[in-house]
Design a protein around this ligand. Structure first.
Ligand code: ADP
Ligand code: MG
Length: 484
């Protein structure tokens, strides 16, 4: 039996969040009529000249700064040649020899093990996306709307050792892209796609093994599954005395397998050369410094602030920060003095569930909940004016009517009842109506107590205090069991 380790390097394509395409003024919006945002440059009409989108460059620099990369003040574009119907020019404009960002790194934390690991970034380059081919039986349709959409490709060093680390890297990168507004990184729309390179070697070896590249995986879960599968497959090949061949593979989600697509093309096959239509890109160092100064707080720093200053747990931070809208809503509520831990819990559990019901595109802002109203709502829970149970009903009422939380509580009589006499009456009623369970309790069956408390809470219509009910109930039942 051989012991192997895996070596993983990832190439991520992220769509830059610009209004227009990278070399033309065609809009880069998603979901338009097929071939409706395709001018002469996007269509690759001979003689149409590209002109670089400054915003795309700015976003690439911003990302490079966040990933601790060297920013190459002089960089340039190359043509990468290949034939495909969705690439009418016959070449893709990319950066091959001199990309905009050089080496950097990204820190990932392995939550369970509480260790931080630095994964090297090899480089980041800008490029244009190609169009899309849609296969319908014997027919192939071409939609060029995506042609010329600006992308960055972030290429890691082969420094990940497990599928788990690969996913941690992707999540961290995704978060940075979203938080710095470099990309919306929407995976369903294909704005964040990953090619995973993986090889195996015997433990202790330092040379890299032959790798395969799994193309275009668009979910974290699939990356993990595809890598798990591919590592096991490669080990089986080597264990059987075979050799892994250098190839490009696809991921078949339905079969949960990778499959061979083609043998890997080499750089020579693409006949790269500098694009003569685009001059060398020379960045002003002052402009780069300005981008550095204006960069928003990065997710790592935000996480530290939420955990250390506001007392959120690691998993609460992760859920809250998995979406920009929930984080922004949280920040605006906290700025109004809302309790951060309660706020994050109600956003993560209740509000996000509501948003998902509205559809995949919906954001928290579509709930039309004013941060001040949310803050008042949390205040009612925090001060104990309403019970947790009533809070669930109240938030539904707030979202349905948009009325103020405090007004609704008054209007609907939702205040928590604290009068012990009333609690006493509920308990009496429950004891009277449930002779069976009461007898069971007296016979030593502790578990029925929860049922009786629940019944009394029902009588209170959620407004009573379960702890007070339980105390009164216990006293009464014990008194019946051991009459003085
Ligand atoms: P290519 O020119 O084929 O795209 P690169 O050298 O640019 O190859 O590497 C692409 C990706 O593959 C990088 O993320 C790199 O870390 C990764 N990689 C390179 N060699 C290996 C290997 N032997 N095993 C796993 N990953 C690798
Ligand atoms: Mg590559």
């Amino acid at each position: 039996m051989n012991l192997f380790e895996a070596v993983i390097g990832l190439e991520v394509h992220a769509q830059l969040q610009t209004d227009s395409k990278i070399f033309s003024s065609d809009p880069s919006r998603f979901g338009e009529e097929p071939n409706s945002v395709v001018g002469v440059v996007s269509a690759g009409v001979p003689g149409a000249l590209p002109s670089l989108n400054k915003k795309a460059v700015e976003l690439a620099v911003k990302l490079g700064i966040a990933l601790n990369c060297k920013i190459n003040l002089r960089n340039r574009f190359d043509r990468k040649h290949y034939f495909y119907p969705d690439l009418p020019k016959g070449y893709q404009i990319t950066q091959f020899a001199e990309p905009i960002c050089g080496e950097g790194f990204l820190e990932i934390s392995e939550a369970e093990k509480k260790v931080k690991k630095r994964i090297g970034i090899d480089h980041i380059h800008m490029e244009e996306d190609a169009g899309k081919s849609i296969h319908r039986g014997a027919l192939t349709l071409v939609n060029l709307n995506r042609a010329g959409v600006p992308l960055v490709e972030i290429v890691s060093k082969p420094e990940m050792r497990t599928p788990f680390e690969a996913v941690a890297y992707l999540k961290s990168l995704h978060e940075i892209l979203v938080f710095l507004e470099v990309s919306d990184a929407n995976m369903e729309e294909g704005n964040f796609r990953c090619d995973a390179n993986v090889s195996i070697r015997r433990l202790g070896e330092t040379e890299l093994g032959t790798r395969t590249e799994i193309k275009n995986i668009n979910s974290f879960r699939f990356v993990e599954k595809a890598l798990d599968f591919e590592i096991a497959r490669q080990i089986a090949v080597v264990d059987a005395g075979g050799r892994v061949s250098r190839e490009t593979r696809g991921w078949d989600a339905a079969a949960a397998k990778t499959f061979s697509m083609r043998s890997k093309e080499l750089a020579e096959d693409y006949r790269y050369f500098p694009d003569p239509d685009l001059p060398e890109l020379v960045l002003d160092s002052k402009w780069v410094e300005k981008i550095r100064e204006n960069s928003a707080e990065n997710p790592e720093a935000i996480r530290k602030r939420l955990a250390q200053k506001l007392g959120l747990s690691e998993s609460e931070c992760t859920t809250l920060m998995s979406r920009k809208d929930s984080f922004e809503f949280f920040e605006s509520a906290v700025a109004l003095g809302t309790d951060p831990v309660l706020a994050s819990r109600w956003i993560n559990e209740e509000l996000l569930r509501r948003v998902k019901e509205l559809g995949p595109e919906a954001t928290l802002f579509d709930l039309n909940l004013k941060p001040q109203n949310f803050s008042d709502f949390i205040g009612l829970i925090k001060s104990g004016k309403i019970t947790g149970k009533i809070a669930k009903t109240l938030i539904k009422e707030i979202l349905a009517s948009q009325k103020n939380a405090n007004d609704l509580v008054r209007e609907l009589g939702f205040e928590r009842i604290i009068d012990p006499k009333i609690h006493n009456q509920w308990v009496d009623e429950v004891v009277e109506k449930n002779p069976g369970p009461v007898a069971e309790f007296s016979a030593g069956k502790e578990k029925v107590l929860a049922f009786l408390v629940g019944a009394a809470m029902g009588l209170s219509r959620g407004k009573g205090d379960p702890a007070m009910i339980e105390t009164i109930l216990r006293d009464k039942l014990l008194a019946r069991k051991n009459p003085l």
